[in-house]
Design a protein. Sequence first.
Length: 497
Amino acid sequence: MSIPHTSFNGLFIDGQWTPLSAGQHEDVINPATEAVIGRAPVGDLGHARSAIDAARHAFDHGPWPRLPQAERTAVMRRLHLALLQRADSLVPMMVAEGGFTLPLAHAMQFQRPMALFAAALDRSLYPSTRSLPVETSINPFNPAGAPLIGAGTVVREPAGVVTAITAYNAPLLINLSKLVPALLAGCTVILKPSAYTPFSALLFGELAAEIGLPPGVLNIVTGDAEVARLLTSDPAVDMVTFTGSEGVGAAILAQAAPTIKKVLLELGGKSALIVRSDADVQKAAMEGVFQVANHCGQGCALATRHIVHNSIRPAYVATMQAIASQIVIGDPADPSTQLGPLIRAASRDKVERMVQQGRDEGARLVCGGSRPANMQRGFFYDVTVFDDVRNDMSIAQEEIFGPVASVIGFDTDEEAVKIANDSRYGLYGGIHSRDPAKAYEMALQLRTGGVVINGGLYRQNDAPFGGYKRSGLGREYGEGWLHEYTQEKAIIYPIGV
């Protein structure tokens, strides 16, 4: 069966498709079936250079950065509408390309990005210019004369040419999290997606032509690490935004440093879910399983360290085990499937290595810890729960990016906060308690970019997203989202002269 949006005529550069030879393509596979769903173009340094030149020219000489904000927003509303009109074809493409279950593809991978996009469109029309107060000062050229009086204006201008490098675990959401604010701000963009999920990015080439983006405003290239290095280090690029692993993020920061680029990084996490003694064990354990089963644990903000009060830890672990045993694993295209695959064999191999390391270091395997016996194809792995985990163990400190939970006991709230903060990451966290005021007090002590109390709302369009420590730099979403892609300029002037 043909999968929609998996056939593209080359790379999208300077407003047109640049054809590539047959030898410059590689297979893209469905991680659930290992079947080839299409062949994607693979760019080289020449394509990356062309994309940089096109984006630079479009920013320096084209109309896009100079349009009134209302006109840019109107063009982007057409992009939002074009995506909405493709919902029925985008969802099956994301299921086949990324291995998302159908509910996840609908909710997280389509509806959620569309809601964030809509919020950004409205927010882009808020005035960004502000006035400075009127001040007086002595005239340095005539100190005995009349004092000077003046004021100023602070304006926001687009940051310039932006390289956006995106990850495979939520491709449409992450692509839009870069494109929406950058384009609304007036930047020009070079988008480089993961080789595992290129189609979620290439489709924006079709949409760019459809909505009337000027040539060079959006360019989409694929390629290897050398292509990425050029896109992050070239002096013609003003800003780099990246979502992905901590290690790659650190490398990108180093590559951008010689030219002092602005860098926005959304990196890894080892989020802690604190379960206090007064928590609803059933509710907490359900969220605990959800956190590691959601997209097979392939989420940077998912809580994989479960810090549980020792008085209820046995009940929590037993409840997690019972819930995990009921999860339906299978082809994500089947509506009954609750747990899909990891993205590739290499990802599953890493999970297996980390699980073995957990065993070797003395953690107690409660459930899972293996591939499903009845799944002969696809990169599946059972929901896995470890108990008796110490926070210094590898499975408690390293980002596994798979469906593995580490349960760590505690006796006091102070101890729980200390354990939660004892991590090089600081992306997200959670607290379960029947005392919401105490949970709020503890949330203020966690060194993370976000905290969810008792499951939260599962959505909040105005909440900024980003991490402390090695979980990243900057914030996405929320009221400052567009500002990440701008520079502030103060213009000072005298009054009455």
